[in-house]
Design a protein around this ligand. Structure first.
Ligand SMILES: [Zn+2]
Length: 315
């Protein structure tokens, strides 16, 4: 069996690939997720995409279909328990349904975990045994690979790296807690801190380039990064804090899992050059000596990380 199919179910896009065992993409398809059609409509879209990428390949040559879906899920039973971006998805037995309809064996994983698996097998984690992938964009998610296996834990819900508490009295997180890494260091958090800081500075008659980049729109993380690149003082201090907060979270991950390396992806990480010195300083100040030289590198698979990781579930 030479090929594997991967499907990445997202709230906006649905992607599918047929790859070989080395991760070479033979066919890549994507479409907008028709979320309004509910689970049945989206399942039909998935079935269609799977059939498209399989094409006229002999089914005997296909190991199976790996699917990455937003959580929470039960990866053992292959059931989506509920997905915030997918209305109507409550206890959907996606593995049973799609394996029956396609005649192929199917495995299901949480999208962030699966992305970690993809980056480990085909991207910056290749050749390691202990690896963590962290994506920092609107939220913070990740996947932990220990002893060359994706860490699933009891009920298959391990690896919620974005929800470790960084500051007990910090901002409210989407999960209901306060001061999670996600609520402190995601792109959304950076934008929120920037909005507060800009308001404060304006009150003292000190304008910031951040406002110019944002224009009439609400401030976003990339406005801060763009202003910082122009040397804006406030933006630089916000990026310094962002880099430090990323470093603090990484130190927790070093101490918990002792990875050989960590790869970072997601929109916020596009500004790595600005963040890195501050991230490094936090690591050097906080990590215990044996962990301090753990490499932190950029993820390599960009927007295909999810779909390649989904396929990797079958390998
Ligand atoms: Zn949280």
């Amino acid at each position: 069996m030479r090929y594997v199919v991967g499907v990445d179910l997202g709230g906006t896009q649905l992607r599918a690939v047929k790859i070989d065992r080395e991760g070479q993409i033979h066919i890549y398809e994507r479409t907008d997720t028709d979320v309004d059609s509910g689970p049945e409509g989206v399942l039909r879209q998935m079935e269609f995409l799977i059939n498209t990428v399989v094409g006229d390949t002999d089914p005997a040559e296909i190991v199976g279909v790996g699917i990455g879906t937003p959580g929470p899920i039960d990866p053992f039973a292959g059931v989506v328990l509920g997905a915030p971006n997918l209305p109507g998805w409550l206890n959907v037995p996606i593995k049973a349904i799609l394996s029956e309809r396609t005649g192929l064996s199917v495995e299901v994983g949480n999208d962030a975990n699966v992305a970690g698996l993809g980056e480990w097998r085909f991207g910056s984690g290749r050749g390691t045994e202990h690896f963590i992938y962290v994506t920092i964009s609107t939220g913070i998610g990740g996947g932990v690979i220990i002893d060359s296996k994706l860490l699933l834990g009891h009920k298959g819900i391990a690896g919620e790296v974005g929800h470790m508490t960084i500051q007990t009295n910090g901002p409210l997180c989407g999960c209901g807690n306060y001061g999670c890494w996600e609520s402190m260091a995601s792109g959304t958090a950076l934008a929120r801190f920037a909005t507060e800081a800009v308001r404060e500075e304006m009150a003292h008659g000190r304008p910031s380039l951040i406002t110019e980049f944002a224009g009439a729109e609400p401030i976003e993380g990339w406005h801060v990064a763009a202003a910082a690149e122009q040397g804006d003082r406030l933006a630089l201090s916000l990026m310094q804090r962002e880099g430090e907060l990323i470093g603090v979270g990484l130190v927790n991950l070093f101490h918990l899992y002792a990875p050989e390396c960590i790869a970072l992806g997601g929109g916020v990480i596009k500004s790595m050059a600005l963040l890195e010195p501050h991230m490094r300083r936090a690591i050097n100040q906080r990590a215990m000596p044996p962990y301090r030289d753990t490499p932190v590198q950029l993820a390599q698979l960009a927007d295909k990380v999810g779909v390649l990781g989904a396929a990797a579930l079958m390998l």
